[in-house]
Write a protein that binds this ligand. Sequence first.
Ligand code: P1T
Length: 380
Amino acid sequence: MRLKTRLVRSGLPGDPPTGAVNPPIYLSTTFEQESPGKPGAYEYIRTGNPTREALEKVMAELEGGARGLAFASGMAALQTILLLFSEGDHFIVGDDVYGGTYRLFARVFSRLGMKASFVDLSQPEELERHLTSRTRAIVVETPTNPLLKVINLQAMASFSHAHGLKLIVDNTFMTPYFQRPLELGADIVFHSATKYLAGHSDVLAGIAVVKDPELGEELHFLQNATGAVLSPFDSYLVLRGIRTLALRMEAHQRGALQVAQFLSERHDVAKVYYPGLPSHPGHHLARVQGEGFGGMVSFLLSDPERAAEVTRKVKLFTLAESLGGVESLISIPARMTHASIPPERRKELGIHDGLIRLSVGIEDPQDLVEDLRQALDETL
Ligand code: P1T
């Protein structure tokens, strides 16, 4: 079956005993045992829950992995993945990642004796320079948040495997609809399912999918042992979101391309970051390693001082963190999602105070373009 069909039909019917098309939301926290210590398929909600498992199986299938696991947030998924490692281990992490990912390495796992080097992975030759005898994994977002750099996943995979490292990919921006990192050699893929997978800005969730069943077992052990699992109701919502993922991703992308084209033709816009533009340095790579470019666009005004005013003048882009919902959002990463990165580091990375990030929703793209035009014209 083709992906668009699998997005809709994977795991159906959701409840064979009753024929219910969609899985029931099992709220029970515990399950009757036949005799002491002899549970049936389920024993306790943290260890396993049928609704959560329905989502986990669908995600494993869509990403092409052996096992999927659902967590209470994207950060909870990453946190649990990092618990696979030990004190003294070193990570090579993309330099342009979600601010919370940076914070988790720099301010939390650093306390547990794990080290991270933040490296521009759009230059794969940089890897060698940062490799140490304690390096255990490479952690990548592609395209990156918020600068939309495209990272060569096959290059990351061959370097990882040549040096016995694990390749961990945050696939939040692309979703399996546009990019499947496990097929390109990644070992673990994870998501903030809060974004496109759920798709309606009304659920916080995370997903991890692993290629190797044994690693899946280990991650399930940690999921159960540390407990940041996704609730049955939220599992249901994410699965419901996935059913329309193809339609939404196509619409997000259509809108993003029109918005990016419009912005790149304006004289008061200094730079537009969107991998779908042929002028983007990662355009060709994005074409060959995936099937689309997604719905995120960042841009820098020639006069960055105008950025805050633009966020106030737009009417169809809500000023808010997050992304991937049906409604368009606008944000200033330096002051919002990436504020946890020290200012001098942000400057080095190119996350300027005036950088604007758009999560292009599924509204009529012409309305979005007209709205941006009036907001930019008014602040000239
Ligand atoms: O918010 P949570 O579900 O815990 O996911 C964190 C996360 C992980 N990875 C990427 C690429 C992300 O963008 C995020 C969350 N990002 C935002 C809230 C944001 O506005 O960028």
